[in-house]
Design a protein around this ligand. Structure first.
Ligand SMILES: Cc1cc2nc3c(=O)[nH]c(=O)nc-3n(C[C@H](O)[C@H](O)[C@H](O)COP(=O)(O)OP(=O)(O)OC[C@H]3O[C@@H](n4cnc5c(N)ncnc54)[C@H](O)[C@@H]3O)c2cc1C
Length: 390
């Protein structure tokens, strides 16, 4: 089989990248190890994705936003950051970002479903599901892949979108810095008595980090970060016990709470590779930048990278140039590193500081929040960075 571009991984990044290339005249294959049924009707995975204004615009341009039921898009008006036992909060308001809302919340499974449907509408994209790559090699003129069933595929460009633990990245010899925070994040949907007013909470408590992501109605996505064994106990608890335990962890600030969904646990491991590119090869999505979810930027970066790489490829294709030229790939890498590295490092520092409960760290945590709250240009910069309003 021969294609112009082969993408490994039909997650949200791989699907959006393929869709961004639709109509360019390029023949695209997506290799995915999951079955077609899992892509067509993805299961709820607990993740509520905070999307920036920039991401919403990109999804609209890809014809994906329109496929998400409007009632499933929740506005994220303001954000509040709390620390320890104090009631004092740093407030990031929508007006700091110059918009009616900071961004939007959409369930990950709905994004995946909408992206899959958009790709199904693009005849130049071939989905090869239940597929596993056995080996890859990149030559001067083409990339060759051998699949586990023995099938051979050649392409001009190979793109890995196969998660932060990308096997393709490793097969292409690209090393990555990985950091395991030694914590696990549990996510689920809950109903609660006190209205959330569409305000997100990030509460860096001692011994636990809690977050509340407001969904339409009296519902929120509840996020609890603790050690693996504490999270395991929480996920295995009977629903009634779980409800009482979460009410208590939120110090009853949301009144009575009730579990509405399955509970999902994600170990906190961040990844940043040494390079995003190789010969006729590029990384996108979490395979390129595996963010800590606390600043809610993983998929926003995934979309941004996919958009940049697709724009470079379409430009080269329309001028009859090589779509995998080294200079083109270097431009993508430079732009994506520039867009992601500062927030990746800042997120890492915030996550480390606010999970440190030692007395000096407690002082620094409280002081940073108060200073940040008083400096309007700082808050404005944070709001604009988080919402990508421009
Ligand atoms: C709890 C949580 C909350 C989050 N909240 C936010 C948020 O608010 N905002 C935000 O922007 N981001 C958020 N993220 C990050 C976001 O979910 C990810 O950035 C996004 O899902 C990455 O998409 P992806 O397509 O790159 O990778 P993935 O979603 O990991 O998909 C990878 C795909 O590749 C396939 N695959 C893997 N290996 C192979 C292989 N060898 N061969 C074939 N196929 C393969 C997998 O089956 C999968 O379909 C959050 C993440 C978590 C865990």
């Amino acid at each position: 089989m021969n294609f112009d571009i082969v993408i490994v991984g039909a997650g949200p990044s791989g699907l959006c990248f393929a869709r961004a290339l639709a109509g360019s005249g390029l023949r695209i294959a997506i290799l995915e190890r999951q079955p077609l049924t899992a892509l067509a009707a993805p299961a709820f995975d607990g993740r509520e994705i905070a999307l920036t204004h920039h991401s919403a615009r990109l999804l609209q341009a890809l014809g994906i936003w329109q496929r998400i039921p409007p009632e499933a898009i929740s506005p994220l008006r303001d954000a509040r950051v709390l620390n320890g036992l104090s009631l004092y909060a740093m407030k990031i308001g929508h007006q700091d970002g110059g918009r009616d809302e900071l961004g939007y919340l959409v369930s990950n499974y709905l994004i995946r479903k909408a992206a899959f449907e958009a790709v199904q509408d693009s005849p130049e994209i071939t989905l090869l599901t239940d597929s596993a790559v056995a080996s890859v090699s990149a030559g001067d003129d083409a990339v060759c892949l051998t699949l586990a069933d023995g099938a051979m595929i050649t392409a001009q460009l190979l793109v890995a979108a196969d998660s932060r633990f990308s096997e393709t990245r490793r097969a292409m010899g690209i090393s990555a810095d990985m950091h395991d925070f030694g914590r696990v994040m549990m996510v689920c949907a809950m109903e609660h008595e006190v209205p959330h007013q569409h305000v997100a909470w990030e509460w860096f408590d001692y011994g636990q980090t809690l977050a509340l992501l407001p969904m339409n109605g009296m519902r929120s996505s509840v996020v609890v970060t603790m050690s693996a064994h504490e999270i395991q106990a929480l996920t295995e608890m009977a629903a009634e016990d779980f409800n009482r335990a979460i009410e208590q962890r939120f110090q009853h600030r949301l009144g009575t709470m009730r579990l509405l969904s399955t509970r999902h646990a994600y170990p906190l491991v961040t990844v940043y590779p040494d390079r995003f590119i190789g010969k006729r090869f590029a990384l996108i999505g979490d395979a390129a930048v595996g963010m800590h979810p606390v600043t809610a930027h993983g998929f926003n970066f995934g979309l941004r990278g996919a958009d940049k790489l697709a724009a470079e490829i379409i430009e080269a294709q329309s001028c009859g140039r090589d779509i995998a030229a080294a200079a083109l790939l270097r431009r993508y890498e430079r732009a994506h590193r520039h867009a992601t590295r500062p927030l990746f490092l800042a997120t890492h520092a915030i996550a480390k500081l606010y999970s440190d409960d030692s007395p000096p760290a407690r002082l620094l945590r409280a002081a940073s929040l108060r200073i940040g709250n008083r400096i309007t240009p700082f808050k404005r910069a944070v709001a604009q960075m988080l919402t990508e309003a421009r």
